[in-house]
Design a protein around this ligand. Structure first.
Ligand SMILES: NC(=O)c1ccc[n+]([C@@H]2O[C@H](COP(=O)([O-])OP(=O)(O)OC[C@H]3O[C@@H](n4cnc5c(N)ncnc54)[C@H](O)[C@@H]3O)[C@@H](O)[C@H]2O)c1
Length: 276
């Protein structure tokens, strides 16, 4: 299998896309740390059962997984994810930064708290995870030997389209591209890749508008299938470009006839590219 013997961390791995990432990585042979504090779609609340359930699912498929319940935007909690991976599985090879939530409001109505919280979870959450990942891999490289490191960050088309109802989210997602491009340049000499994806999936947080409300409920299985088909994990993990068509699927989903599929942005080399 593609990832036999590898160790992966997935942040926000308990639901939606993160759950898809975790399951697919396990199917490809990776041992997985499923990080998730079990927040609701707006970031409130805590619940450890969802991350545990994904770990149980992975184990029932014959894989290995351990849950981690830390907040990705907390420096020490983020660091402890890496410690947990090393303690349980001996290494870290693949890191998928995925955790986050949205609290949309039109620019002139957005509260300071909603801006701060959303920027914190996405931008600082990515920063902490990427910071600890790159430091870990650099130490490994300095100690000698070949290091296998693959970093996947999660942005959104909002970073480019800048919807006025998501100033917090779009700003954070744009910042994630910048951090990841810097990481890619920095880590290139160690043979480590850093890529950004811009997914679309019919998850609970994506289905909050009047036309999409309810579409994501209870559909993680469907999302898993969609995400696997539309977000080419294998190519992303290999650090190559991925392309695809998303608009027809989006129109279908808006009309309530289909599922949302993945538009994606993949960072490779020194250029940023985008398809929609
Ligand atoms: N669904 C889409 O169409 C879409 C589009 C573009 C980008 N994205 C991005 O993909 C990622 C996953 O989105 P999703 O739709 O699967 O959402 P989701 O709400 O289904 O899953 C997000 C997960 O992150 C966890 N989480 C939230 N705050 C956390 C924190 N501080 N620490 C650890 N875990 C935390 C939640 O508990 C949840 O399990 C997000 O970064 C999102 O912005 C999604």
């Amino acid at each position: 299998m593609l990832l036999d013997g590898k160790v992966a961390i997935v942040t926000g791995g308990a639901t939606g896309l993160g759950r898809c990432h975790a399951l697919e990585l396990a199917r490809q042979g990776a041992r997985v740390v499923v990080n998730d504090l079990g927040a609701k779609a707006d970031g409130s609340g805590r619940d450890e059962s969802a991350a545990r359930a994904v770990c149980d699912e992975i184990k029932s498929l014959g894989g290995e997984a351990v849950a981690h319940f830390g907040d990705v935007a907390d420096w020490n909690a983020s660091k402890s994810m890496f410690e947990a991976a090393v303690e349980h599985f001996g290494d870290v090879n693949v890191v998928v930064c995925n955790a986050g939530f949205i609290r949309d409001a039109i620019l002139f109505n957005m509260t300071e708290k909603d801006f701060d919280d959303v920027v914190r979870v996405h931008l600082k959450g990515h920063f902490c995870t990427i910071r600890h990942a790159t430091a870990y891999w650099r130490e490994r490289a300095k100690a000698g030997g070949v290091v296998y490191g693959r970093l996947i960050a999660t942005s959104s088309e909002s970073a480019f389209f800048a919807p006025p109802g998501q100033p917090n989210y779009s700003a954070a997602k744009a910042g994630i591209i910048a951090i990841t491009m810097g990481a890619a340049q920095l880590m290139q000499k160690y043979g480590i890749t850093a890529n950004v994806i811009m997914p679309r999936a019919r998850t609970r947080r994506a289905c909050v508008g009047p036309r999409l409300r309810g579409l994501g409920e209870g559909r993680d299985g469907g999302v898993a299938a969609d995400a696997r088909a539309e977000v080419p994990e294998r190519r992303a993990l290999d650090g190559r470009l991925a392309a695809g068509r998303a608009r027809p699927a989006l129109r279908e989903a808006r009309a309530g006839q289909g599922r949302l599929h993945g538009a994606r942005h993949v960072r490779s080399g020194r250029r940023a590219m985008f398809w929609a």
